[in-house]
Design a protein around this ligand. Structure first.
Ligand code: COA
Ligand code: ZN
Length: 375
């Protein structure tokens, strides 16, 4: 499906990620993240929207001075002032956005479609005259009339835009609808298509992958899925799915995924859910006896992603769900050998304490000692 295609990753942790409620990165944090993202191997790093505030403006200046392999992009409105900011800072790429849905035209700008086309054309022309590489984002593209969206795409392509981005700004598409929309836009335009998905219905990663299947070339992600409201597709989910499911070799340094996630958890003070794929505390932890028994024999029985591939470790929980084999495996690890009868007795004891959420090594050693079983 995607193996031979060129797939690019644009990380927006420093821009959309900072739009997460309660998040404000310091300059040092942004510099640290940009360097690690570059080491990970993203293709684009979105530095920020200079017009937001003086510290964001300064951060874009400082980030732009970094010597990175990744292409640097600044974000801005389809307005001369935002374009002037980016040109003044000297960022090579600018992501210009303009809402194209009926809701945007009416309530954000109070313009007709032709007035919107005029504003977009003027902004793109102005940006190209400034020598910027430009990505145009049709904000709220998923709720834009398709014919108008095609008109917008053809207009900005004519004006020399380098990339065209479709934003599912409220995350309302399904993978099937996404595939239809992106396939159509790919057939209508000659320039690479980017995709910007939101997770309001919990489908951001699936929609992003569907867009790539349909021919999009670049996908916006954020570490730990940060972003407005429910955020963007998490970097880890998209990249591991591309690697493991689509067999795409993106030359990404997958071993950095836990470090990137931990950095953003620390900087944002937002922990990721324990069950978040790949980076969550439980992502490689097995509990029920059947699962543990099978994974001990053949990890792939219940693991489509090997923890080692992302520098993480596998864990087993011992509680009322455990089974003979899982328990015996744990005891052997602790150097405790038991008879089948003793094993049954220990298991009965564990299952008689449903309130105990995990029997750790200490618990098991003291339990077996209390039964006169020496380790
Ligand atoms: N293109 C061109 N002009 C735009 C625009 C766009 N995409 N979005 C808003 N504007 C105009 C507004 O029409 C308004 O113009 P006016 O002063 O002539 O009425 C002006 O920009 C101010 O817009 P407003 O919505 O009031 O923004 P703000 O003054 O609160 O500033 C920012 C907010 C831009 C500084 C920043 O905090 C922000 O919201 N950035 C959003 C980035 C974003 O969400 N991008 C999504 C892309 S997927
Ligand atoms: Zn967004």
């Amino acid at each position: 499906m995607l193996i031979s295609k060129k797939i690019e990753i644009l990380d927006s942790t420093l821009r959309e990620g900072e739009q997460t409620p309660g998040v404000s990165f310091t300059l040092d944090q942004k510099l640290a993240l940009a360097k690690r993202l570059d080491a990970f191997g993203v293709d684009f790093i979105e530095l920020g929207h200079p017009a937001v505030s003086p510290d964001v403006y300064e951060a874009v200046v400082a980030l732009n001075d970094l010597d990175l392999k990744a292409k640097k992009m600044a974000h801005g409105r389809a307005s001369k002032s935002d374009i002037n900011d980016v040109a003044a800072i000297g960022v090579g790429w600018m992501g210009i956005f303009f809402g194209t849905s009926p809701l945007s035209l009416k309530h954000k700008f109070n313009v007709t479609k032709s007035e919107a086309l005029d504003r977009i054309e003027t902004a793109v022309k102005y940006g190209k005259d400034k020598g910027l590489k430009l990505r145009f984002t049709a904000e709220d593209a998923s709720r834009t009339d398709l014919e108008f969206l095609i008109q917008v795409g053809q207009l900005v392509q004519k004006e020399g835009i380098d990339r065209f981005s479709l934003a599912d700004t409220v995350g309302c598409l399904t993978p099937t609808k996404m595939k239809g929309l992106v396939s159509r836009m790919v057939s209508e335009l000659d320039i690479p298509i980017h995709i910007h998905c939101h997770n309001d219905f919990g489908m951001a990663t699936a929609n992003a992958l569907s867009a790539l299947e349909a021919g999009a070339q670049c996908v916006d992600v954020a570490i730990n899925g940060l972003g407005e409201r429910c955020g963007l597709p998490p970097l880890a989910e998209v990249v591991i799915a591309l690697t493991n499911i689509y067999k795409v070799n993106g030359n990404w340094n997958l071993g950095l995924i836990p470090e990137l996630s931990e950095l953003v958890k620390a900087f944002s003070k937002l922990d990721s859910n324990a069950n978040q794929p790949i980076v969550g505390k439980n992502a490689f932890t097995h509990k029920a006896g059947l699962h543990v028994k099978a994974v001990i024999k053949e990890p792939r029985s219940y693991e489509a992603i090997s923890p080692e591939s992302v520098q993480r470790k596998r864990h087993f929980v011992i509680d009322k769900y455990t089974g003979n084999s899982a328990l015996n495996n744990k005891l052997i690890h602790l150097g405790i050998s038991v008879t089948p009868k003793e094993l049954d007795t220990i298991l009965i004891e564990i299952k008689s304490h449903p309130e105990k959420l995990n029997w750790d090594d200490k618990d098991l050693i003291s339990l077996t000692n209390s039964m006169g079983i020496k380790s």
